[in-house]
Ligand binder design. Structure first.
Ligand code: TTP
Ligand code: MG
Length: 401
C-alpha cells in the first residue's frame, strides 16, 4: 500500500536529533586521558548490586550494556575500568552541550541529559544546509568539549531520532522523505517509537515482526486491532509523525514547576505539591476570568529523562477538580519507583469563563459548593496574603516554597 502523497509533500529535513556517544563514560575519558581507548564502565558498585549506567564503546565489544548488573559487566570484561556515577560533572557538561546546540536554533527540546531536538527551519540561511548544520554542531562539540555527538536529521522527530542512532558513534545521518519507507521496511517493530517489549510481543502475535509487515496493512486494520495506538503505529511505520517540538520556555509559561533539592520518590509529597500548584494556578485563572480545559504534568527523572502527560476535560477553574485530575494523571504515569528531580503542572486550552458553567464533569451541587469555597478562599487570600488559608491537603510535613 502506498502512502497518501500529501504526507510527504514538500517536507523539509529540518528536525535534528543530537545524542552524545557513551555520554557518562566519554566525560570520564575526556577528563582522564589515560582512560581513552579503554573499556570504561560507569555505574553502581558491583558489591552492592549496582547496575551499569553506561560504558565506553570499547567496553560494548564485550557485550556490556546499560542497566546490566555491574558484577556481570566485570565478569564479561575483568580488565574494564569501573567508575562511580559523577552526576554533578555530567550535568555541567550537559549544560555546555545544550548551550552549543542552542547557538544553532532557538527552538530546542531537551529530552534527557544527553539528547535534544532542534528545529532548524529558518536557520539554514545563516548556517547552510541541515547536513552542514549537523556537521558544524559535531565539530564545535568536539573541539570545545572533546566529546563526540551523533546527529540525525529528518522531517520529523521519530525519524530524526532513528537517524541519530544509525551511525553511532560519531554519526551524521540524514533521512530524506523519499528514503523513509524503504529504510523503515526491514527494521523490527521494536524500532517504532513507543513499542516496548510487551507491545512488541503483542504485535508479533498478530504476525507483525517488521515495520514492513505494518506498511502493507490498511490503517483501519491496525486501528481495529489496537485502537488509536494502532493508528499511530501505522503512521510511524510510514514515517508520519506530526508531533511538534516542545521547547522549555513554552512549557513553563502556563504552569508551575519545582526542581527538588534532592531527588524524591514520595508520591504523597507530589500530591501535596499538585494541590498547591492547582490552588495557585486556579486562583490566577479566576482572577482573570478564565477556564482551563487541559492539564499537563511534567515528570523529570533523576537522569533528566522527561515525560509529559496531558488530559483534556470540560472547561473549569476549580482547585478541587484540577487537583483530582492531576492526581489521576500522576497515578497513571508514575509508580514511585524511579527518583524524580522535577515535577511540573501546567494548565492549557484557556478560554474566558464569564457566564459559562463549569461543565458536566461533576455533580452540579458539588460544583457550586466548590465554587463558593474557592471564592471564599480567594477573598481571604486577597485580604490577608496568599498563605493566609489553605485546604487541609496543603498542610505539609515538608514546606514547599
Ligand atoms: P544514552 O544516550 O541512552 O546512552 P549513552 O549516551 O551512554 O550511549 P549512546 O547514546 O552512544 O548509545 O544515555 C545517556 C546517559 O544516561 C548515559 O551515558 C548514562 C545514562 N543512563 C543511565 O544512567 N541508565 C540507563 O539505563 C541509560 C540507558 C542511560
Ligand atoms: Mg547518548
Amino acid at each position: 500500500m502506498s502512502v497518501d502523497k500529501k504526507y510527504h509533500y514538500n517536507q523539509l529535513t529540518d528536525i535534528l536529533h543530537c545524542d552524545l556517544d557513551a555520554f557518562f563514560a566519554s566525560v570520564e575519558q575526556m577528563d582522564n586521558p589515560s582512560l581513552r581507548g579503554k573499556p570504561v564502565v560507569v555505574g553502581g558498585d558491583m558489591h552492592s548490586r549496582g547496575v551499569v549506567s553506561t560504558c565506553s564503546y570499547e567496553a560494548r565489544k564485550y557485550g556490556i550494556r546499560s542497566a546490566m548488573p555491574t558484577a556481570q559487566a566485570y565478569r564479561l570484561c575483568p580488565q574494564a575500568v569501573l567508575l562511580p556515577v559523577n552526576m554533578p560533572r555530567y550535568l555541567e557538561v550537559s549544560k555546555q552541550v545544550f548551550a552549543i546546540l542552542n547557538q544553532y536554533s532557538p527552538v530546542m527540546e531537551i529530552v534527557s541529559i544527553d539528547e535534544a531536538f532542534l528545529d532548524i527551519s529558518g536557520c539554514s540561511g545563516i548556517f547552510g544546509s541541515p547536513e552542514k548544520i549537523g556537521y558544524l554542531i559535531k565539530k564545535q562539540v568536539n573541539t570545545e568539549l572533546g566529546l563526540t555527538i551523533s546527529v540525525g536529521i529528518s522531517y520529523n522527530k521519530f525519524l530524526a531520532k532513528l537517524a541519530s542512532d544509525m551511525d553511532k558513534p560519531d554519526g551524521l545521518r540524514v533521512i530524506a522523505p523519499s528514503q523513509a519507507l524503504d529504510l523503515l521496511r526491514p527494521l523490527p517493530v521494536s524500532r517504532i517509537w513507543g513499542v516496548g517489549k510487551k507491545t512488541q510481543q503483542n504485535l508479533e502475535k498478530l504476525g507483525l515482526k517488521t515495520i514492513g509487515d505494518i506498511q502493507i496493512l490498511p490503517p483501519e486494520w491496525m486501528e481495529a486491532k489496537l485502537g488509536t495506538t494502532g493508528r499511530i503505529f501505522w503512521e510511524l511505520a510510514h514515517g508520519i509523525d506530526n508531533r511538534e517540538l516542545e521547547p522549555e520556555h513554552e512549557r513553563k509559561s502556563m504552569g508551575r514547576e519545582e526542581t527538588f533539592p534532592e531527588d524524591i520518590k514520595d508520591t504523597a509529597y507530589l500530591k501535596k505539591l499538585i494541590a498547591q500548584f492547582a490552588a495557585e494556578l486556579c486562583r490566577k485563572l479566576r482572577k482573570e476570568d478564565l477556564n482551563a480545559a487541559s492539564i499537563t504534568i511534567k515528570i523529570r527523572y533523576y537522569d533528566f529523562k522527561t515525560i509529559t502527560r496531558r488530559k483534556t476535560f470540560p472547561p473549569c477553574n476549580s482547585d478541587i477538580t484540577i487537583t483530582q485530575i492531576a492526581n489521576e494523571l500522576l497515578d497513571q504515569s508514575y509508580d514511585g519507583k524511579k527518583a524524580l528531580r522535577l515535577f511540573g503542572l501546567s494548565l492549557g486550552n484557556l478560554s474566558p469563563s464569564a457566564g459559562l458553567e463549569q461543565g458536566s464533569l461533576f455533580d452540579p451541587q458539588l460544583t457550586a459548593d466548590h465554587k463558593r469555597i474557592d471564592q471564599l478562599m480567594d477573598d481571604i487570600r486577597e485580604r490577608y496574603g496568599p498563605r493566609a488559608i489553605n485546604r487541609a491537603n496543603l498542610l505539609l510535613d515538608k514546606e514547599i516554597d
